[in-house]
Structure formats: C-alpha cells, structure tokens
Write a protein that binds this ligand. Sequence first.
Ligand code: HEC
Length: 172
Amino acid sequence: MRWLVTFLVAFVAMTFAACNIRGFFISQTDDPVWNGPTEEQQAGGEEQSLGAKLFNKNCASCHQTTGKGIAGSIPPLAGSALANSEDVSKPIRIVLHGFRGAIIRNGVKYNGVMQPWHSVFNDEEIAAILTYVRTSWGNTGGEVKPEDVARVRESTKNRTTQYTEAELEQPL
Ligand code: HEC
C-alpha cells in the first residue's frame, strides 16, 4: 500500500513539474502589443515638407502623387511649362483663382475647370505647395516665396473667375 502512495505522490509531482504550471498562475501582462503605423507614417513619414503634405492632401486626388495627372481630364504638373514658368505669377494666379478652358498638353486635349484656392490656403501654404510642385518629378522651376504669393494675391484681389491660358499670357 505504501509503495502505491509514494508512486502516486511522485507521479503527481512529476506531472506538475512537466506542465508549465507557473504560467497558469501568472498573468502575462508583458505580451508585446502591436502598434500599427500612424496615419502620418503611412503617408510617407514625418519628414514630409508642408508643401508635400498639402499637395498630397489637396491636389493629388486630381494631379496624382506622381504629378502625371490623368490623360484627357487632368493635365500633368510634371513637366508643365505653366507650373515651372520663370514668371512665378503664372502658377500663383492658377492656384489662387483656378484655371479653365481648352488646352493641349503633350498632344492631348483637356477642357476642364480647376477651382480657386485663395480662400483655402494662406500665402505660406501656396508658396510651399508650389515650391513642392516646382522641385518634384524632375521639375526645375524652383522656389516660390510667400512674398510672391502676397504680391499676386493683392494685385488680383478683384478677380472672380478662373484664369484661361490666354489670360495667363498677359503679364500681371
Ligand atoms: C478637382 C481636380 C483638381 C484639383 C483638386 C486640383 N487641380 Fe489643378 N487642374 C485641374 C484641371 C482640370 C486643370 C486644367 C484646367 C483646364 O482644362 O483648363 C488643372 C490645371 C492646373 C495647373 C496648370 C497646369 C498646366 O500645365 O496647364 C496647375 C499648375 C495646377 N492645376 C495646380 C494645382 C495645384 C497646386 C492643386 C492643389 C492646390 C491643384 N491643381 C488641384 C484639376 C484639379
């Protein structure tokens, strides 16, 4: 009889030892928790400039993050003569007051309407967006300064319609 008790005690002890009985009593509070990337990280990281951020949020739905536009409906900004114009008032006038009418880009016809942005963005924001456009996708137009936008905003403040290509030919 005694050998049976000894055997049972030994058996139970060994069974407990074999199981990870500790894990049964200790709650695992230090399990790693997966934190997904933030919205900002997903959009390309925190290093994105103001211009890149605003472009991607407000312009890329039409002109695409690649700046290539959509053939036949949205003209490209990559390689755009107006966007890169030496006369910075041209792209500034387009963004402030919008753009409309028939145009031909790379042999493709467009006849759309772009809304004005003068009451959406301040001078710094428009300068940042246009600087981003003029220094991305191989563009070489270069920087647009907030003072440039302020000057064009002031001298076109009475305008109420979108620019056409012919009107942009006129210097301010
Ligand atoms: C809802 C669509 C839409 C959005 C959003 C939009 N655009 Fe446009 N954009 C157009 C269309 C359409 C044209 C061409 C209008 C036409 O056919 O005459 C255009 C033309 C332009 C042009 C002239 C390009 C060229 O070579 O003729 C520039 C520069 C431009 N947009 C910049 C911007 C910027 C900067 C933003 C963001 C602040 C923006 N657009 C947002 C639709 C859009």
